[in-house]
Design a protein around this ligand. Structure first.
Ligand code: GTP
Ligand code: MG
Length: 325
């Protein structure tokens, strides 16, 4: 009896073990980049229903079953601590910015969003993280590779080389460990995310996914009156997919977002990010970046559930992000 129980605990459950999930649903889920129970466990019934082509009640049961099989929901203190231990941090290169983010930088199993105006440093932070993620854990990295989804054609290999050299890393190796994809429209951008799960399954130790910019295509494509709801819905689903990826594979997601000038705030900071609340809610950490005095950058933590709304200063130097110019 106890031997059987042990076997049960060791068993690796598959999608096909879930009630109501047949081969055609499995094919659809895999096409959407969902290969295992964790992918199901973190979904909402309506998302699963839509993705797998099943009813919502069936979807709810499948989600419940997956959580049970994974023993999600309840953890004893030790298990909980162990889960937290899995989280890695990726240094930004600036201790100030790291502190603002809670101490050690950008976190895995979470999404960090930077929003700000042109030239505020959103892309530079993305490039820096793509290099730093490759550092060993003791040096503020996650010993992993990066995926860089570039919607604006702003990925710069020369800059990566500079950042790598500054850390004493082999710049060719560093470049090889960043998978760059140019996303040509929002659908393409969404499809690229699905590929990431596949790459991880194939053994790529991806610990960071950068989407630069998260919103540019969405903003360009949904311009008409009355299209806002469609845009938000699509963006919302995309964000959930990203969050799921972060949770499931213990990786950090970093996205950038342009600010929209708010005509009602002519003289203040135009801090209205594209996508508004939907992006705000999905991000675990939201940084507002702007240019400060003497070529500095000011970063402000915005409505994070567990961090104060502090501000700090950093610089973009030839060597990358630093506390001093
Ligand atoms: P948009 O994408 O246009 O919205 O802006 P962004 O927020 O992504 O700005 P980005 O991160 O590209 O910041 C550009 C700024 O970074 C430049 O104005 C420079 O101040 C700085 N920068 C970029 N490359 C270098 C570099 O090689 N050396 C130094 N010292 N600074 C750089
Ligand atoms: Mg940029």
């Amino acid at each position: 009896m106890s031997e059987k129980k042990e076997k049960d605990e060791e068993k690796e459950y598959k999608l096909s073990d879930l009630p109501g999930i047949g081969p055609s649903s499995i094919a659809k889920l895999e096409a959407a980049g969902i290969y295992d129970l964790m992918g199901i466990a973190v979904m909402t019934p309506s998302d699963l229903s839509e993705l797998a082509g099943i009813g919502e009640a069936v979807a709810r049961k499948a989600i419940q079953a997956s959580r049970k099989m994974m023993k999600l929901g309840f953890f004893d203190g030790l298990e909980f601590a162990k889960k937290r231990e899995e989280v890695n941090f990726i240094t930004t290169g600036s201790e100030n910015l790291n502190s603002l983010l809670g101490g050690k930088g950008v976190e895995t199993k979470a999404m960090t969003e930077a929003f700000g105006a042109y030239g505020s440093g959103k892309t530079q932070l993305g490039l820096q993280l793509s290099v730093n993620v490759q550092l060993p854990v003791e040096k503020g990295g996650a010993n992993g590779k990066a995926v860089y989804i570039d919607t604006e054609g702003t990925f710069r290999p020369e800059r990566i080389r500079q950042l790598a050299d500054a850390l004493g890393l082999n710049s060719e190796k560093v470049l090889k460990n960043i998978f760059v994809a140019r996303a040509f429209n929002s659908d393409h951008q969404i499809l690229l995310i699905d590929k990431i799960g596949e790459m991880i399954k194939n053994g790529e130790p991806i610990k960071l996914v950068v989407v630069d910019s998260l919103t540019a295509h969405f903003r360009a494509e949904f311009t008409g009156r009355g299209q806002l709801a469609d845009r938000q819905q699509k963006l919302n689903r995309y964000l959930h997919t990203l969050m799921r990826l972060a949770e499931q594979y213990n990786l950090a997601v970093y996205v950038t977002n342009q600010v929209m000038a708010n005509p009602a705030m002519m003289f203040g900071d135009p801090t209205t990010a594209v996508g508004g609340n939907i992006v705000g809610h999905a991000s675990t950490y939201r940084l507002y970046l702007r240019r400060g005095k003497k070529d500095s950058r000011v970063a402000k933590m915005i409505d994070s559930p567990n961090l104060p709304e502090n501000e700090t200063i950093f610089y973009i130097t030839a060597n990358g992000l630093r506390d001093e110019a």
